[in-house]
Design a protein around this ligand. Structure first.
Ligand code: COA
Length: 260
């Protein structure tokens, strides 16, 4: 598929999705959000793809936020629709994707950019990364899940401070807060993420998707996390991946998973 605002590269079991508006610091306009939705939908269906890395083009920004020029004149109704549509098409969509998505934060991750990184299953950042939710400086609040996911990841008090000050934190602070898992140099960021992606890709894609569902369930109010885990655990037993994984262990060989 042809995209205007993003790039999608496939290599073995890995897909790298790059938001490609470097002159606008990869700011998320509506067109980019729609393209990202289509790309993630296609990657979800592609049986070969097991892990996805999401990053931004250029050496300055992952994503510097929602495109301010697009919503500056919006009214109350349009503002609500912007948040609802974005959450449905992209942010919740990525969080609930059945395949792991790693955010490679290669510079500024601000506003919708940090919210996008927080929708991913975990984050790895380069030394020059700066993260923050500056929305209150624009007279608005984070609307792509930031008020929910930031406290989940770093705790309520720290999230309150970050959102109220609108300030940026550097990678050392982000590591201390648990917002990112690892730091890499700008040059090595994608290789670092790829190494982790390859380790993930060796494991059962079916089990990984069940694990994502069970972990996410613990952060939802309409389901019971422990019950979702019990059900997902049981489901694994009826799969080829489970048969292969346990048989390979008993036969003292490496498992070769097909993902079902
Ligand atoms: N929406 C729309 N355009 C954006 C943008 C955003 N969120 N962030 C950056 N841009 C654009 C700038 O308008 C500029 O475009 P121009 O060259 O056509 O004028 C271009 O990207 C480069 O940004 P610039 O501000 O010149 O770079 P800088 O290095 O001086 O500053 C930032 C970098 C990230 C500090 C600054 O761009 C910024 O504060 N961006 C907005 C961050 C924000 O509030 N995000 C939350 C939005 S809800």
């Amino acid at each position: 598929m042809d995209y205007n605002n993003i790039l999608v590269e496939l290599e073995e079991h890995l897909a790298i999705v790059t938001i490609n508006r470097p002159k606008k610091l990869n700011a998320l306009n509506t067109a980019t959000i729609k393209e990202l939705h289509l790309a993630f939908k296609a990657l979800q269906k592609n049986n070969k793809v097991r892990v996805i890395i999401l990053t931004g083009a250029g050496d300055k920004a992952f994503v510097a936020g929602a495109d301010i020029s697009e919503f500056a004149h919006f009214n109350t109704k349009q503002g609500g629709q912007l948040a609802a549509q974005g959450q449905e098409l992209l942010f919740d969509y990525i969080e609930n994707l059945e395949k792991p998505v790693i955010a490679a934060i290669n510079g500024f991750a601000l506003g919708g950019g940090l919210e996008l990184a927080m929708s991913c299953h975990f984050r790895i950042a380069s030394h020059n990364a700066r993260m923050g939710l500056p929305e209150v400086s624009l007279g608005v609040i984070p609307g792509y899940g930031g008020t929910q996911r930031l406290p989940q990841l770093i705790g309520k008090g720290r999230a309150m401070e970050m959102i109220m000050t609108g300030g940026m934190i550097d990678v050392e602070r982000a590591i201390e807060y648990g917002l990112v898992n690892h730091i890499a140099s700008s040059e090595e960021l994608l290789d670092f993420c790829t190494d982790i992606a390859k380790k993930i890709a060796k494991n059962s894609p079916m089990a990984i998707s069940q694990a994502i569902k069970a972990i996410n369930a613990g952060f939802k109010h309409d389901v019971h996390g422990f019950e979702v885990e019990i059900n997902a655990f049981g489901q694994c037993f009826g799969t080829d991946d489970f048969k292969e994984g346990t048989t390979a262990f008993l036969e003292k060989r490496k498992a070769s998973f097909q993902g079902s």
